[in-house]
Design a protein around this ligand. Sequence first.
Ligand code: ZN
Length: 286
Amino acid sequence: MLHGYTPPERYLPYLSWTQIAQLPDPANTVIVLPAGATEQHGPHLPCSVDTAICAGVIGHALARLPKHVPAYAMAPITYGKSEEHLHFPGTMTLTGATLLSTVIELGDSVYRSGFKKLLIVNGHGGQPQVMEMAARELRLRYGDFVVIPTSVWKMPSGTAAFTSEKEKKLSMHAGHGETALMLALAPETVHMELAVANFPPEFPSKLLSSDGRPACAWTTRDFGPTGVIGDPCGATPQQGQIILESLSSHWAQAIEEVHQLNWVQRPEATWGRGHQTGHIQNSPLP
Ligand SMILES: [Zn+2]
């Protein structure tokens, strides 16, 4: 049905409201929100890449988790802020404001359900700032809500072992790593015979960009007509398996750490915010 790569017993929407109300330790149960996108990824990859990768890696991580660690995946956000790709058909984008509201309102719902630990695992390079802004807003609303905005590629992936120096330096989209991982997660959607390499020029100011990556705002079309920014041509399913193993095992560890996390005691809520927004602090609604 809807759980995709997530083991069904770790998929939060499969629980009834009474099962959720009776969970033994909601405050230390980790709720993971995969935040993907639907946007062009060159001629060789489907538009679903970022959603498939964040939901796929988290699903595999949850499958590795010891039974006693309480953690659930939410249904992924499948549309994101993909405006840099809007010149290509198939890109379905929200504005940053809509995505920000979506993540905040989902966070409100997670907290209202009684949970206190939310891990947002973003799969799209064009929207980490939105996740960080949403997390800060949720922190302001709820004094005891732990919200961690992060990226699915933040964990060691092993991708560097397979890629050229140029790929390491300049690849940003639909390159070797994403292609290999998709060959492991959804090979039926990958068309390697259509894979092409395409790189942006190095940014010409060392002061503004010491690593050569674009220091100014760009859209994908600035770099050519294919939508690829990198070199996917050498990617293989075997490499994808290695990347998937590495990411999912590290994510399993990270989720367990979030379960155990007890960091700082915080004041209950920022003064005045609870009154302004009408939220009830620290008491989930029945
Ligand atoms: Zn992508």
